[in-house]
Design a protein around this ligand. Structure first.
Ligand code: SF4
Ligand code: SF4
Length: 128
């Protein structure tokens, strides 16, 4: 195990609760940095994830705005606006109760969305 990694579930739990960050093994390597840039390029330029749009199913409930970890979404009465700060976490897609968010050419169907059954949107919002 990496020297900086927590040893027990209790250690991990306290890290999460205290919002402490620990660099993952190899996270400073140039190769991982290149991989991250390639993954980001593929997502944004090939799958078009930087082109987000909302379907008419949107009810403007505001959940996507409140779960976005980087405050990249603003919900208005008649619109939803995405900024340029997306971290490609896909939280907004998975937590949208109406499945109303589309990213580029990524296909959306009944199996496209998943949320941990032990976690609710309020839990995500409370962590921001
Ligand atoms: S979570 Fe979905 S339904 Fe709610 S405002 Fe965002 S896109 Fe619309
Ligand atoms: S994918 Fe994540 S970071 Fe990007 S807009 Fe959606 S919630 Fe925010």
């Amino acid at each position: 195990m990496h020297a900086l990694m927590p040893q027990t579930v209790e250690d991990i739990s306290s890290m999460v609760l205290e919002k402490r960050s620990v660099p993952l093994p190899g996270s400073g390597s140039p190769l991982l940095g290149v991989n991250g840039k390639i993954a980001s390029f593929v997502l944004r330029k090939i799958f078009g994830t930087e082109r987000k749009r909302i379907t008419s199913d949107c009810t403007h409930c505001g959940i996507c705005e409140r779960v976005c970890p980087v405050n990249n979404i603003t919900v208005y009465d008649d619109n939803v606006s995405f900024g340029d700060n997306c971290a490609d976490c896909f939280a907004c897609i998975h937590w949208c109760p109406e499945k109303a968010i589309r990213y580029g050419i990524l296909k959306v169907n009944s199996k496209s969305h998943y949320t941990n059954p032990a976690v609710c949107a309020a839990d995500i919002m409370a962590q921001k």
